[in-house]
Design a protein around this ligand. Structure first.
Ligand SMILES: [Fe+2]
Length: 255
């Protein structure tokens, strides 16, 4: 989620984040929808190999995500919520940034209630349940990402109220969404937009021309991003501990 800035709603009648929640309606997914998930899952696990941070692979196992078919969110939550308090909910598509950040403050993560079609495996107009579940949810089992995401919610809520939401959207983008991270001396994939992307996963860590710069909160908040093409630049966290501590040290009252 949070693939593009969306104008938020009339402040006179702000909807609550729960207004965007819908039934996942899992039984409505077709056999081909489930087959598309299985194809994407198998292909992406093979592609990632050891290029991704270890907590991501641990999360896949702990959440039993290798089970065939699109995950039923109720079952997913039975594995997820007891570990770090995060809970997934279904939404129809992108939710406005203010509702998205409000969800994060309560450790709620929105999951698109649809999956891409077989003929558009590698191109997405907006994040579907493969991006949202496969990309994001495994890392929510890790206490550091669990904490980082919640704090981004508090920061984003305060930033939007101050008219500075883009700064926290960038911070989120360059860490949880498209960040890289050092692990045992190697640069690994961290962000959900990369872990769930067939084309950009390898590109982000292997392309010889693309810029990779150290992650700092100041640089991240000041650096624009692309939501409709590969990133021109990736930020590399020194470690997930260091980036989490740096983001969580930001006081929402700064806005
Ligand atoms: Fe995302």
């Amino acid at each position: 989620m949070l693939h593009q800035a969306i104008a938020h709603n009339d402040p006179a009648t702000p909807p609550h984040w729960s207004d965007y929640v819908v039934d996942q309606n899992w039984s409505a997914f077709s056999a081909d929808d489930h087959a598309v998930w299985d194809l994407l899952f198998t292909r992406q696990v093979d592609l990632l190999g050891s290029r991704v941070v270890t907590p991501f692979l641990d999360g896949l196992d702990l959440l039993r995500l290798s089970k065939p078919g699109i995950p039923d969110l109720a079952e997913l939550n039975r594995h997820l919520t007891p570990r770090t308090g995060w809970k997934t909910v279904a939404v129809e598509g992108l939710v406005p940034d203010d509702a998205f950040f409000a969800m994060l403050t309560e450790r709620i993560f929105p999951i698109g209630n649809f999956i891409r079609r077989r003929e558009e495996l590698d191109y997405l107009e907006e994040p579907d349940c493969f991006h949202d579940i496969f990309g994001h949810v495994p890392m929510m089992v890790d206490p550091r990402m669990a904490r980082l995401m919640e704090h981004v919610g508090h920061l984003g809520t305060a930033a939007i109220a101050a008219g500075r939401g883009v700064e926290i959207a960038r911070l989120y983008w360059h860490s949880a969404e498209f960040g890289l991270c050092r692990e045992s001396g190697e640069v690994k994939i961290l962000g959900a937009g990369l872990t769930s992307s067939f084309g950009e996963a390898h590109f982000s860590v292997e392309d010889l021309q693309v810029a990779r710069v150290p992650f700092t909160v100041a640089a991240a908040m000041a650096t624009p991003y692309k939501h409709d093409s590969f990133q021109p630049l990736y930020m590399v966290s020194q470690s997930l501990d260091i980036t989490t501590d740096a983001i969580c040290a930001l006081d929402p009252a700064m806005f």
